[in-house]
Design a protein around this ligand. Structure first.
Ligand code: DGL
Length: 262
């Protein structure tokens, strides 16, 4: 079994890809008690990471997918060497997927924590020094997705505010640097127009994870099923997740987060 986590619903954009590539059982954990992660400190996010990894271990997981850009940027550099299970972050996949399509001017839309960490700026600089990266934090978007507001007027206005300065930089590619944002992709497309490439890193990440577990990867196909757990309100999570995904989910479990700080 592979454990996947995010602050809330966003990681479902990774989960829905991952299940296409692996036959492994999956455990999805939404830390809805602490959403949004975008304004949390690295120390707070590390505390949540260890709590969730402990839960995954007890449930029998063989790997941890950090389906969250903010934790991938802020926590992974602190924990990678110490973690008891293989841990997968999203940044490498996102950079790879972006460099495969960009002509050299990339707009990054991400949380405050991700943008301020400098992790993407450093990763693009290391992989492709000639690529220009224009980063913009978008704090209003995660709460809107958590409320299921993926087509609302308010969401459109927020996107116009955040994307207009990036469009002014003449970007050719927009990287969705938060796993919540793919749920806004239809609205984002309307705002940016037809010519800009939009990169959702989830498919690239899902392929890389599936390749790391070859004993349970049998090519494309439905996974064996997923357990869903949250640290907040299970019913609220299920209702909005079903709205975002357009499908029904099994009953969602509740896990009490304990060690909130390291
Ligand atoms: N979806 C996460 C990310 O990719 C966390 C967003 C948040 O909770 O602020 O960054």
């Amino acid at each position: 079994m592979i454990g996947i986590y995010d602050s809330g619903l966003g990681g479902l954009s990774v989960w829905r890809e991952l299940r296409q590539y692996t036959q492994a059982r999956l455990l999805y954990f939404g830390d809805t008690k602490h959403v949004p992660y975008g304004e949390k400190t690295a120390q707070e996010l590390e505390g949540y990471f260890w709590d969730i990894v402990g839960f995954f271990q007890k449930q029998g997981c063989e790997g941890v997918v950090v389906a969250c850009n903010t934790s991938s940027a802020l926590v992974l550099p602190r924990v990678r060497e110490k973690a008891p299970l293989p841990v997968f972050g999203i940044l490498e996949s996102a950079v790879m997927a972006t460099l495969a399509v960009t002509d050299g001017r990339v707009g990054l839309l991400a949380t405050q924590g991700t943008v301020e960490s400098g992790a993407y700026q450093n990763a693009f600089q290391a992989a492709s020094p000639d690529t220009m990266l224009f980063a913009r934090s978008a704090p209003r978007l995660v709460p809107l997705v958590e409320q299921g507001q993926i087509r609302s007027k308010v969401a459109r206005e927020a996107l116009v505010d955040y994307l207009t300065p990036l469009l002014a930089e003449d970007i050719d590619t927009l990287l969705l640097g938060c796993t919540h944002y793919p749920f806004l992709e239809d609205l984002i497309r309307e705002v940016v127009g037809d010519t800009i490439r939009i990169v959702n890193p989830a498919p690239t990440m899902a392929r890389q994870i599936a390749e790391a577990f070859p004993h349970v990867t049998k090519g494309p196909g439905a996974s064996q099923g997923t357990q869903f757990w949250v640290s907040g309100n299970p019913k609220a999570f299920q209702t909005t997740a079903e709205l975002l995904l357009g499908e029904s989910l099994p009953a969602v479990g509740f896990y009490t987060m304990s060690g909130e700080n390291i």
